[in-house]
Design a protein around this ligand. Sequence first.
Ligand code: NOJ
Ligand code: CA
Length: 539
Amino acid sequence: MQRPTPSWLSSAIFYEIYPQSFRDSNGDGIGDLPGVIEKLDYIQSLGCDAIWLNPCFESPFRDAGYDISDFYKVAPRYGTNADLVRLFREAHKRGMRVCLDLVAGHTSTDHPWFQASAQPKKNKYSNWFIWTDSGWKEPGAPMTGIKGVYDRDGVFVVNFFAHQPALNFGFANPDPTKPWQLPVSHPDTKAVRRELMKIMRFWLDKGADGFRVDMASSLVKGDTDFRETMALWREIRAVYDRDYPEAVLIAEWSNPALAIAAGFHIDFLIHFNVTAYTTLFRDEAGRDVFNAEPSGGAGRSFFDRAGRGDIRRFTDVFQAHYEPTRELGFISLPTGNHDIGRLAMGRTKAELEVAFAFLMTQPGVPYIYMGDEIGMRQVEGLPSKEGGFGRTGARTPMQWDAGKNAGFSKAPAKKLYLPIDPAKDRPTVARQERDAKSLLNHVRRLAKLRRETPALSAAGDFTPVYAKAGKYPFAYTRSAQGRTVLVAVNPAGKPVKVTFEAGKIAENTKLLLGRGAKLKVKREKVTLEMAGVSWGIWG
Ligand code: NOJ
Ligand code: CA
């Protein structure tokens, strides 16, 4: 039986906002919530009707806010809880939705819960984090322990950076010789679980439309088959279905078969775990892999003018996740995010157009990372900011116009959260607004076509029709309500001509959008003639 999903998801297009770099409304050099509100009309003009906001809660910002010290309070640099509620209201007025980031697996070491847990004297929070029972005993791989910082006689487990202690959701198979490994049924690990739901309810009740869950697979430790982690999320999903049926639960898991079975409505396929994303992007010939797990074909992404990719390395993996999940939830292939190199890295505008044509016609829910719609570039050579390291260059301020600080902020340039891309020809929204042929307007046209074409909606069928190992182009159909749309992309620099079985593609199929591609349908055969770096959508 098909499980209920929020009704708005099938046509949703998300926009990811890294709040500190989006729009600074009060001139302190840091983006903020009133700045997001100012730009809601712009986001809507793109065709996006949902927002994923990176963490905006109180934090010492040693990992850009993924290190939370109060889950119930907006960080003063972004505004107040009232500003966030106003953002929900302003978005809803426009028929848009706002999802928050739920850092479920860890806190900052500054969080009062952890500060209490680090006390030698037993208290309510002693078991809220994972501590071994001696300051000399490591938790053991694959866990990472930190020792010698606090007076409590134990080593604590971290989830990511050393200042991000793992919340204690228990162990799937506690080792009886290690009594510090509590079971998932322990009252204290249950209390942590209840607190997580309390945080979600707090913001959902204030008007949030859902959560993107950070490191969603990390909660229960020693859970090699993820059985207990999945049971935990299913429990939370049941609360959603009962009390918040229009709210969305989005995983950062990058294993849709598991995440969607665990109750998530959406899972991202990104640069780690199931390596399908890097067979497409971020593993291009001669370019930096950029925080991505190599896809097993180093330097051979499909979306690369070198044309050395192999689309089967994508479709084989994608289909294995799509088939079992298509009735239950959605897979998302984002344009990028705050953790990986910019899509524009090493790509021309024409190449970005092809990438967008593909990303905006995939099944599942599209995500545009702020600035990708204008082709914002990776800014090289920046010192690390707030734990960004190699990620910092994808986090620079949004480029709005030709004014001071590219319209991001009125602050003196040296006070900005991060410098503006120094390139003289850096893309801006204002310039691209005026140019019908800009990437921005290309993205708008694709979003509009997607919205108006049921076959292209999240749930429309997806069938590869030309996907041959080591060959270009890649062609697929999307279908719904008896209508079929054909999409073909040739990201390689060389022209190609291919013929294949027409299947559901009609002889009178017309070009809806495209560049450099010709289609002929005759006697159940399709012939595609495509220039180097070209694409087409027919229906
Ligand atoms: C994934 C987030 O996207 C990333 O920015 C963060 O550093 C880690 N999780 C740790 O929370
Ligand atoms: Ca500000």
